[in-house]
Design a binder for this molecule. Structure first.
Ligand code: SAM
Length: 226
């Protein structure tokens, strides 16, 4: 999986991908991540301007279409031979969920476009973007954090990334339910014991307990998932 990220702030991604699962996935060649500054595609050599006032007199600035079109075209050229999906991160997009994450993980490459200011010119969305994605019903200052969420969630599902695929399969949402509670040692913590069934060694009973707990928690917290 190749992630090609278009942003005004490439340095925001440095720390985010420098540790743990994502770093290992990159080091082991399961994913490749590159960031590209949209300013490099400005035609304004001197000031590298990429924004302008919106028609209609709204407050704030918009990302201009020309640098974005050039940045997306360059990303497609970098990914020649692949079939990249151009994903624009926006509060107006489809709400990201594990089903969409699975869809994205099945692709060979993603071009993630991060908006800033009041967003981007609609003609880019109409003519260059394949999918609009939101990470929740709230407004962030830019698409960088949403893009990081997409990279992280998708990377977990790239075959080979998680040492034991079971750990993705028993995560929340994978089977449509929230995860059951988990316990580790010590067996008694501050007077509270681990549920007895988990130390019974009875595999079938443990599975059934986990399934029941998943159902209970999902019913209580996210009945919409059932
Ligand atoms: N004017 C836009 C609106 O009302 O939908 C919000 C613009 S926001 C301040 C700037 C950029 O942050 C957006 O273009 C988008 O790329 C990103 N962004 C903000 N919230 C987001 C969210 N919930 N999901 C995905 N991207 C988001």
């Amino acid at each position: 999986m190749i992630f090609d990220i278009l942003t005004l702030f490439p340095s925001m991604f440095e720390g985010a991908f420098a540790d743990s699962i994502i770093k290992k996935a990159v080091d082991n060649g399961f994913v490749s991540i590159s960031t590209h500054n949209i300013r490099d595609y400005s035609d304004d050599v001197r000031h590298k301007t990429v924004d302008d006032y919106p028609y209609g007199g709204d407050a704030g600035m918009l990302l201009k279409p020309e640098p974005l079109a050039r940045a997306i075209t360059a990303a497609r050229e970098r990914l020649a031979g692949k079939t990249p999906l151009v994903v624009f991160m926006t509060p107006a997009g489809r709400l990201l969920n594990q089903g969409i994450v699975k869809e994205l993980a099945a692709r060979d490459s993603l071009i993630l476009l991060c908006g800033r200011y009041k967003g981007i010119d609609q003609r880019i969305t109409d003519q260059y973007v394949d999918m609009e994605l939101s990470i929740g019903d709230y407004v962030l200052s830019g698409g960088e954090i949403p893009a990081m969420a997409v990279v992280d969630a998708v990377t977990r599902l790239v075959p080979g990334v998680l040492g034991n695929m079971d750990s993705a399969e028993t995560d929340s949402f994978h089977s449509g339910l929230l995860s059951h509670p988990q316990y580790t040692r010590p067996e008694v913590f501050e007077g509270v014991s681990v549920p007895e069934v988990l130390i019974s060694g009875h595999h079938a009973n443990i599975k059934e307990w986990q399934r029941q707990k998943s159902l209970e928690i999902t019913k209580e917290r996210r009945p919409d998932l059932l």
